[in-house]
Design a protein. Sequence first.
Length: 132
Amino acid sequence: MTKGDYKSIVNYTYPKAVQMAGGKEKMTAMISAAMQQMKAAGISFESITVGTPGKFYKAGKETHCLLPETIIMTSTKGRMAMHSNLLAVSGDGGKSWSFLDMNNSTADKVQQLIPNFNPALKIPPATTEPLQ
């Protein structure tokens, strides 16, 4: 995201989410447009850090886990850190993974995309904090 490689982001996004967005090209264009709007509003991404995977959950034939994510952003109002999670999904025993951003997501919303989502996996709410 910080380098503008939106195609890679889409390639690693959970396939049903890409499909619902109208396909890879449309999703890439949507991300690019959103980033341009943010840039025009004076918002930029300083860094994105993904932490250590949490507990693994079986969900039908898939494996799910959360990856903590911290995004440091700068705007006209200053710097802030957004803390959220990525839902990692593997359908092949962990050999390959796709991801969904859980910022402002709930288990109910996730279940619309992933019907066999394991409700034992709790999605913590996203938080933000101002930085100096």
